[in-house]
Write a protein that binds this ligand. Sequence first.
Ligand code: PGA
Length: 258
Amino acid sequence: MRKQIAAANWKMNLGYQQGEKLLDEILAADIHLGLSQYVIFAVPFPYLIMTRSEVEEEKNYEVAAQNCYDQRSGAFTGEVSCEMLHSIGVNYCIVGHSERRQYFNESNKQLADKVGLCLEYFITPIFCCGEALSVRESGGQNDFVATQLKESLFHLSPEKIKDIIIAYEPVWAIGTGKTASTAQAQEMHAHIRSIIKGHYGQAIAEEVSILYGGSVKASNAKELFHCPDVDGGLVGGASLMSAEFIEIIRALKRNAKL
Ligand code: PGA
């Protein structure tokens, strides 16, 4: 049974007290998740311990880091290792968000190393992929995303790839208010699943959760989550507003795929 997930990506937003207040408001909605449904808060590093203790009592509410480093340890001032994340009970980490690829030049190879280290430390990577507008306009999105997956994930064994969460985030839809249509999202998600199937077989492909990211909000979550290959969302802007994110969690809950 693959996981259905509403993941909040706070990015570099909110002060500590604002973050606490937002979490309190969301948790006060007291939404009980189904067996394979999860809410994950990807918060800034300094808020991880606070967030973990806020969600501790809540079933299937989890915490994620937004990034990790591609080396085990050592003289890398300012970086955070998977071992550090593991040592404070962080079980998820976003890897390869398009903003990291764009502003910090993260390559598919470097992301393969990060994915490997995450798994070594029992951290589930939320691996982001997705094409820029120019790629979509030239019709190259399928090949582009296939290369991202192959170069960063396909070194993994079938047992390991099953546990990866993939987030398809078309770069042209992130923070722009533009959402991929449900048809565009479903088409790409089915494509991603078929690439995994080609490499690992049908049974494994069916187990991998594929989230959609890019201007998910309360008003479009229900429709997006309803697509057969969309297993939830990675939500930026709308995750910073409690009322919006609560509705997104409700949309996930209503869409339970049994
Ligand atoms: P957005 O961001 O929802 O603000 O478009 C999504 C993301 O970057 O994860």
